[in-house]
Design a protein around this ligand. Structure first.
Ligand SMILES: [Cu+2]
Length: 181
């Protein structure tokens, strides 16, 4: 077999021992600097951009979380909307939002400029909490309680969209948050 023949079975002769071309070195340096900038952006954006929300993390069994959500609904329920309970918690309250195939329970009625601790968890599989039309995204994982301190800063009628594919009803998994003055 000739030296020139290349295939997946016969590897071509390497050139790793030859020095890299000037242009190649230049691009390696540029890429490295860019990597370092992006790397520095992660902690910087955590502080400056208000992203990567910090909060309380705790383990919770799905059954316990469902029980907590039901207790919360019972305590502060003010109505019903297309079969889902509408809940209006007092300022500063711990509020519970349960994700399950394929709904968000309950509908939350909140007050503007009031702080709450929002607890998020799932009763079955991974879901994604995405508040529309605002850019808020967080993973909702069964077995974990994500407690986020939230203060709604605008009034309106918001939708919670699931952004983690969770099966056949994924696209109908839409929840609701109402923020009033
Ligand atoms: Cu989902």
């Amino acid at each position: 077999m000739s030296e020139e023949f290349h295939s997946a079975i016969v590897a071509p002769r390497g050139i790793w021992w030859r020095p890299a071309h000037k242009q190649e070195k230049r691009w390696i340096i540029i890429s490295f600097i860019w990597c370092m900038i992006l790397f520095a952006m992660m902690p910087l954006w955590h502080v400056r951009g208000g992203q990567n929300p910090t909060g309380i993390r705790a383990k919770v069994s799905p059954e316990d979380f469902v029980a907590r959500t039901n207790r919360f609904i019972e305590e502060f329920k003010v109505g019903e909307e297309s079969g889902l309970p509408v809940v209006q918690p007092p300022p500063g309250a711990d509020i519970y939002l349960l994700a399950r195939m394929w709904q968000w329970t309950p509908v939350l009625k909140l007050k503007k400029d009031t702080q709450y601790t929002l607890h998020l968890s799932s009763a079955d599989i991974n879901h994604g909490f995405s508040l529309f039309p605002i850019n808020v995204n967080i993973q909702v994982v069964p077995g974990y309680d994500y407690g986020l301190r939230v203060t709604p800063n605008s009034t309106g009628d918001f939708r919670i969209i699931c952004n983690e594919f969770c099966g056949i009803g994924h696209h109908i998994m839409v929840g609701k948050v109402l923020v009033e003055e």
